[in-house]
Design a protein around this ligand. Structure first.
Ligand code: ADP
Ligand code: MG
Length: 351
């Protein structure tokens, strides 16, 4: 497939469906936004724009400039277990795409109203179609469209009990969405991201395509963060233990912040690797003023066979072979870098 031509969407076979981890993928507006952004990334987009109203409860709109969706596939696109990404279960071990289960759009269309506008390369017009409960509400209508896809989700969780909904804080949800877009933005520096509130004139996150990750971090997290970062690297290529490569940025001993920011990508997937996060946090607590929280961004590349992406339905937690050895190595690297930044600092103070 050329990156420009959309792959065909098909229904996963029963035997594959049985073997992939099931579970709720959409628990809140945040998880819907994450799934939509991952779809845009999977479609080779270089521009992803997010618009949010009422913390995502009223509206989530994601526009991308990816390869679009074929007209023939629109009818089944929101059905359960329809995907253009996975065919055979065995492929899961070398999945390059974020998605593979074909359940996100289906779930979203059961929880809210979905409208898709899309155009594929070589066509003069696009199509627009709305979905409810996995099915098209009408035939796709021809319409004007710019390159890529727009997915609009309205009234997510509108059927949710009001008592439960009252517990949700839409401002808090928006903050989390901005945070999520920021994380994607500093990892995928070959993609321009933005996130704004509906009808707001200025976005709360906006990045341009660049080759400097530090520039993106500066524009998203500010100068105070960027000017206190050290570039880090580690690798273990000995076949007896785990084979991995990592690079990233970590805050130095002088950096002070009230909130911890720890961003971990493994094979380009944004993951919660709690085991590693805890270890790094402890290292900082010991070395740096206790009240000051670190900023850490780590990107790890592993051979695909070493990570099980099928462990968790939301793909958030992953299981990693030989994770102890990797954690140990990253820990000692973080420790020694913190120590040397601390020494450099006290040296400066003596001068
Ligand atoms: P999955 O990502 O696991 O395949 P989803 O339910 O998220 O399942 O999406 C179903 C299918 O819809 C995808 O496999 C893809 O072919 C298509 N799709 C969804 N969003 C986009 C998009 N923004 N651009 C192009 N294709 C998309
Ligand atoms: Mg998906």
């Amino acid at each position: 497939d050329s990156p420009e031509s959309p792959p065909k969407i098909h229904r996963l076979s029963h035997s594959v469906v049985k073997r992939i981890t099931a579970g709720d993928v959409i628990q809140n507006p945040l998880s819907a936004v994450k799934e939509l952004i991952e779809n845009s990334l999977d479609a080779h987009s270089t521009r992803i724009n997010v618009i949010i109203n009422d913390g995502g409860f009223k509206l989530i709109q994601v526009n991308d400039n990816g390869h679009g969706i074929r007209f023939e596939d629109l009818a089944i696109m929101c059905e359960r277990h329809t995907t253009s990404k996975l065919l055979k279960f065995e492929e899961l071990m070398r999945m390059k795409t974020m998605g593979f289960r074909g359940v996100a759009l289906s779930s979203i269309s059961h929880l809210g109203h979905v409208t898709v506008t899309t155009i594929t390369q070589g066509n003069v017009h696009g199509y627009r179609v709305s979905y409810k409960d996995g099915a098209m509400e009408h035939e796709p209508k021809p319409c004007a469209a710019v390159k890529g896809t727009q997915i609009m989700v309205e009234n997510l969780f509108c059927n949710m009990a009001t008592s439960k909904k009252a517990l949700q804080n839409s401002n808090g949800d928006y903050t989390k969405i901005v945070d999520l877009v920021s994380r994607f933005a500093i990892h995928h520096i070959n993609v321009s991201f933005s996130c704004r509130k509906y009808k707001a004139t200025r976005p709360d996150v906006h990045t341009n395509v660049t080759s400097s990750r530090l520039d993106v971090i500066r524009s998203v997290y500010g100068v105070a963060v960027a000017s206190n970062l050290m570039e880090i690297e580690a690798a273990d290529t000995s076949p007896s233990t785990s084979v991995f490569e990592m690079h990233g940025f970590m805050s130095n001993a002088t950096y002070t912040a009230k909130k911890m920011t720890m961003i971990i990508f493994i094979n380009d997937r944004l993951v919660e690797w709690s085991a590693l996060k805890k270890v790094i946090e402890v290292v900082y607590t010991k070395k740096v003023h206790k009240a000051s929280k670190p900023f850490v961004y780590i990107s790890i590349v592993l051979p695909p066979g070493q990570i099980d992406v099928n462990m968790h339905a939301t793909k958030k937690e992953v299981s990693i072979l030989n994770q102890e050895a990797m954690i140990e190595q990253i820990k000692s690297m973080v420790e020694s870098r913190l120590r040397s930044s601390d020494e450099a600092q006290s040296f400066e103070e003596q001068q």
